[in-house]
Design a protein around this ligand. Structure first.
Ligand code: ADP
Ligand code: MG
Length: 699
């Protein structure tokens, strides 16, 4: 990786920056560097956030609240007022009307600028004030000076760097930078794109006749070209990452016909579903290759992803490699450890468990077993990526609920594998699992280099969960259902409301809810689990719940992902209107895991917001994770849906994954052509757009 970082960047001086800063003004230069502006080519694509229209002066009578305006007139009054606090207050007047101006803090020279009797030009945002419209902290200049001919760009800046110096530096860079086109003319023509140089010039210096709305909405052809370029660069680097991965080497895990996988198959208490068998075969195929697998396994909650992971693991183990499974929470990791132990220990596989809660002695023992290779399958939380964990020969890493991990954490585990395989320069295979299905085109367009498998079928014999929407006011009925269910020997979850503002408050709510339920249901064994419990306590509670010695488990969202207790058949979610759709679906997925008829009660408090109503309706209408994901996508838009971390949005400065899908698809199409017929263009395009962004593409 080190090779990808440009060495000595700090020392390289930018002609543009130096010019703009003038002699000896290194402060500006430092600020520019802070913005990532080093070479002229960086300045060229440092594009305006927005524009200010200073080309026109409008009559005061025409200004609208919420919009910016520039007006000119005479100051007819100017005074410092002290109520409600010290402020400078002035009234400006033209032939059409008057407008108030206010400064909450001001310097004496500002006060002088707006003395009564002066004629001034001001611009700023108009809003409702006490006695009519007003501008707060408007920009003041002398009346009558010539108006600029073009819109004024406003650049992303940083504290202590003025727009003026930024503009100067950018203009200087535009004179020296290479603006030649990185796209062949043929492609520009096909996709109706203007040239790079034209686009850049328009965006930095919009001509007088350009549509302000198009510029602001980023729909002007100049923006389209820039967005296309950016998305193309992203797609090119994805393609490059894929090609690079195929050139890497991984341990070929070829033991498919070995005893171990067959034994696992024979020992299972259930038949694999067709979908499970299919994805197991896809993964098995990947693992046999000599380049690293990078696969995402998508499957709805309860679709049975864990057993698929187990099959992948035994293939690796039978081939002489270690396997690491990392889960985002300790509860989940522990549950995996139990389940996998039950499946694999009888077959002679040695497992180890690593989490933050181990005692010093246990930890040491686990480290030793992992380092010696005695532990063949290591299950744990992010404790797996601690410095002291050293694997003997890690050939496969599996990330459950992968979207919960950051890019860095995923890379970290992979690097541990690389280190353990280091003498052979091999890279471990990687399987990512997730219950959030992502529409295929979205995945292909915005994901890092990743193959996708989907389990699109639930194990047989599950009766669908019955979902009920019940207003908060009917709490007694809900308590009644809990009693009925428990009397039948089943178990229930009671999920406490999400309190976004404060974790402490959320905890308090859980404790209170528990106390209330203990009181309301005296014959019942009511447990409580939340994120602030010590690990040992959490484990004890989960153990008791699994063993059936807790009837009703009051929980925060710590139980959201993965928890699997088939005897639990009732899920109550309080204040369901506060949860997101994906989260509700995950929570509901905690029940309906056995053959029992299960119920999910969504308690809500009125009034419901529009979006909350739609979410609850979606939960009521469908139980299909893919359908839920589709609706979630509609309600939230792809950006929020995917989450910044994995969407690749953080790589995109100009294009938006919410609105530019069509451009993204064109760019994806263009990649093939560019790589096949214009490799030189592809290279210079990547150089222009993708400096220092390579790490993301590997994760
Ligand atoms: P998830 O995909 O949500 O991680 P799990 O792997 O936890 O799902 O599986 C959910 C439950 O279904 C578990 O109790 C598991 O043992 C069971 N299961 C998995 N596959 C099958 C199958 N083919 N037939 C019956 N039960 C299955
Ligand atoms: Mg799971």
């Amino acid at each position: 990786m080190a090779a990808l970082k440009a060495p000595g960047r700090r020392s390289r001086k930018s002609a543009a920056a130096t010019q703009a800063a003038g002699s000896g003004s290194s402060l500006v230069e430092r600020k520019l560097r802070h913005l990532g502006l080093h070479q002229p080519s960086d300045f060229v694509v440092h594009l305006p956030l927005r524009y200010e229209d200073e080309t026109r002066v409008v009559p005061i009578a025409s200004v609208q609240p919420g919009a910016s305006a520039q007006i000119e007139g005479d100051v007819i009054r100017s005074e410092v007022q002290f109520r409600p606090r010290r402020q400078l207050h002035a009234i400006i007047q033209d032939d059409t009307g008057q407008l108030a101006l206010r400064w909450l803090h001001f310097y004496p020279n500002q006060q002088k600028q707006v003395e009564a009797g002066k004629r001034i030009r001001v611009r700023g945002e108009v809003r409702h004030g006490f006695g009519g419209y007003e501008m707060v902290h408007p920009k003041v200049s002398a009346a009558g000076t010539p108006l600029p001919q073009a819109l004024t760009p406003v650049y992303p800046a940083t504290d202590g760097l003025s727009q003026a110096s930024l503009r100067k530096a950018i203009d200087a860079a535009l004179d020296t930078a290479d603006l030649s086109d990185s796209l062949p003319a043929e492609l520009c023509q096909r996709y109706n794109l203007i040239s790079f140089a034209d686009a850049i010039r328009v965006l930095h210096h919009p001509p007088a006749n350009v549509s302000y709305a198009d510029l602001i909405e980023r729909e002007h052809p100049a923006w389209v070209r820039i967005k296309f370029d950016e998305l193309l660069a992203q797609q090119l680097s994805l393609a490059a990452a894929r090609a690079a991965r195929r050139r890497q080497r991984a341990p070929a895990l070829t033991a498919v016909q070995a005893v171990l996988p067959q034994q696992l198959q024979a020992s299972l208490p259930f038949e694999l579903t067709g979908a499970q068998a299919r994805v197991i075969a896809e993964i098995s195929q990947d693992l046999r290759r000599t380049f690293p697998m990078h696969r995402l396994l998508q499957g709805d909650v309860g679709s049975g992803k864990t057993i698929v992971a187990a099959f992948a693991a035994v293939q690796a183990i039978a081939s002489g490699c270690q396997v690491a499974i990392m889960a985002p929470t300790e509860i989940l990791a522990e549950q995996h450890f139990h389940k996998l132990s039950a499946w694999l220990e009888p077959l002679g596989v040695h497992l180890a468990w690593l989490a933050g809660s181990l005692t010093g002695k246990q930890r040491k023992a686990a480290f030793d077993a992992v380092a010696s290779g005695q532990a063949q399958l290591v299950v744990g939380t992010t404790a797996l990526i601690q410095e002291k964990v050293i694997f003997a020969k890690l050939g496969l890493i599996i990330l459950d609920e992968q979207h919960r991990f950051g890019v860095g954490q995923r890379l970290e585990l992979s690097r541990k594998g690389e280190d353990s395989l280091g003498h052979e320069a091999l890279i471990p295979h990687q399987l990512n699992m997730s219950a959030t299905p992502i529409p295929r085109t979205l995945a292909m367009t915005f994901f890092a280099d990743l193959d996708v498998s989907a389990i699109d079928e639930l194990p047989p014999g599950r009766s669908p969960v019955l979902t009920k929407l019940i207003a908060d006011s009917r709490r007694d009925e809900v308590l009644g259902s809990v009693m009925t269910e428990v009397r039948e020997g089943r178990q229930a979850y009671w999920v406490c409301p999400l309190v976004e503002e404060s974790e402490a408050l959320q905890l308090q709510t859980a404790v209170d809810t528990h106390a209330r339920l203990v009181q309301a249901l005296p014959d019942m064994r009511v447990g409580l689990i939340h994120g602030k419990l010590a690990t040992a306590e959490k484990q004890a509670v989960m153990h008791d719940f699994r063993a059936g010695s807790i009837d009703l488990l009051v929980a925060t969202t710590v139980i959201e992902v993965g928890v699997d207790v088939p005897n639990a058949s009732l899920m109550i979610i309080e204040h369901a209107e506060r949860f997101g759709l994906a989260q509700l679906h995950q929570l509901r997925g905690r029940v309906g895991r056995g053959s029992l008829q299960s119920i999910c009660v969504l308690m809500y408090q009125t009034p419901l917001s529009m979006i909350a109503r739609q979410r609850l309706r979606a939960m009521y209408e469908t139980a299909d994770g893919f359908d839920i994901a589709r609706r979630d996508l509609e309600l939230r838009g792809p950006g929020e849906f995917l989450g910044v971390r994995q969407s690749g949005q953080e790589l995109l400065r100009f294009a938006s994954i919410d609105t530019d899908i069509r451009i993204a698809e064109q760019a994806r199409e263009a990649v093939v052509e560019l790589r096949d017929h214009y490799p030189g263009h592809a290279q210079s395009h990547l150089r222009r757009w993708m400096r220092n962004k390579q790490d993301f593409l590997r994760s």
